[in-house]
Design a protein around this ligand. Structure first.
Ligand SMILES: Cc1cc2nc3c(=O)[nH]c(=O)nc-3n(C[C@H](O)[C@H](O)[C@H](O)COP(=O)(O)O)c2cc1C
Length: 349
């Protein structure tokens, strides 16, 4: 069993069944989720010898923000299901690890409380059917020092996340999904119109940038053509993602999509990647191919559930330590020195 599988078991042991099922859930038959993990292992690294690898430097920058390592926390909903403080603890863990976190639209924590933990953060946007609700949220996120917006674009149509109970049907109490960044009066007024809009177009990117004054990064892109459409519409970054295999169960994996997207827009904007990256060696392959950063999802959630902020920090520190070991074994002194030639592609095509 890997350390992440062991951590997942510890998390499952403390969580109600409906919460752990939701965290594990995937679309379709789960093949995109499973193969999404396997495909990262299908990249093989090419170690070199007789190079000075006595020290490793992981420091990097994402959209101008310095981070201790290019391993970030993916935005995830329903973190209050893991711990009542939710993202406040995740932000504490990220701060300890010197990195940045994504904060979901569906967060039960207040932006100000998350920001107060000291970690840089990006706000993930699900555009609401009523754009005024989204305008309020992004204005509030910007006021609470979010440094960028992650526009999640893989929402049309929603894949079924099975097997799990939709969080809207979770029992009442602290684990219940709630949006803490709209007032009760606003929630009442917008009603069902805070549900996700399914009619997004590339114009949404410019509108969000204008409303927030922040750079917009598009998350959930899996083809070069869509990456081009996003960048032409003003996106300053792309996150290659299958949403952790939670959207289209039969879609290509992130490992499959990353090279073609890098070839199309990698010279113009930052390209990040997530879904199924289960360790520092796998992160090294993604970075060598040209990804600017890797985002980690479920392992962070399991760390949060099992051990709170320390658990989050431990997960991130373990990825960082594995990345150091991998670089050392490859004969490389800095993440910035990783090159596509350091990887052999064996992903099935
Ligand atoms: C429980 C859970 C909730 C998530 N909620 C969101 C969300 O609200 N917005 C979003 O853009 N992505 C969401 N994601 C997807 C993550 O941001 C990320 O793409 C994915 O988890 C990465 O894959 P991994 O879990 O295999 O690391 C969620 C993922 C999980 C597991």
């Amino acid at each position: 069993m890997t350390w992440i599988e062991d951590l997942a078991r510890r998390a499952d042991a403390v969580l109600p069944d409906y919460v752990s099922a939701y965290y594990h859930s995937h679309a379709g038959d789960g093949s995109c989720d499973r193969e999404g993990i396997a495909d990262w292992n299908a990249f093989r690294l090419r170690p070199t010898v007789l190079r000075d690898a006595s020290a490793q430097d992981l420091t990097s920058e994402v959209l101008g923000t310095p981070v201790a390592a290019p391993i970030l926390v993916a935005p995830m909903a329903q973190q209050v299901g893991a711990r009542p403080e939710g993202e406040v603890l995740t932000a504490q863990g990220a701060a300890k690890a010197g990195t940045l976190l994504g904060v979901s639209t569906n967060t039960g924590a207040r932006f100000e409380d998350i920001a107060a933990q000291g970690a840089p953060w990006w706000y993930q946007v699900y555009v609401a059917r009523n754009r005024d609700a989204t305008r309020l949220l992004v204005e509030r996120a910007a006021a609470a020092r979010a440094r960028a917006l992650i526009l999640t674009v893989d929402t049309t149509p929603l894949g079924r996340e099975v097997p799990a109970i939709d969080p809207r049907n979770w029992p009442e109490g602290p684990r219940k999904n709630r949006t803490a960044n709209l007032t009760a009066e606003e929630l009442e007024r917008f009603g069902k119109d805070t549900d996700m809009a399914l009619d997004l177009t590339p114009d949404t990117i410019g509108w969000l940038a204008e409303v927030s004054g922040l750079p917009v990064v598009c998350k959930g892109v899996l083809t070069a053509r869509d990456a081009r459409r996003c960048v032409d519409a003003g996106a300053e970054g792309i996150i290659v993602s299958t949403h952790g295999g939670r959207r289209l169960g039969t879609s290509v994996t992130s490992a499959y999509a990353l090279p073609e997207i890098l070839a199309e827009v990698g010279g113009e904007v930052e390209v990040h990647v997530d879904s199924g990256v289960r360790g520092g060696a796998q992160a090294a392959a993604a970075l060598a191919l040209g990804a600017k950063a890797v985002h980690v999802g479920r392992p962070v959630m399991w760390g949060l559930a099992a051990d709170g902020a320390d658990g989050v920090a431990d997960v991130l520190a373990t990825y960082q330590a594995e990345l150091v070991t991998t670089l050392r074994q490859m004969g490389i002194g800095s993440v910035k020195d990783l090159r596509p030639a350091d990887v052999v592609t064996r992903v099935s095509r």
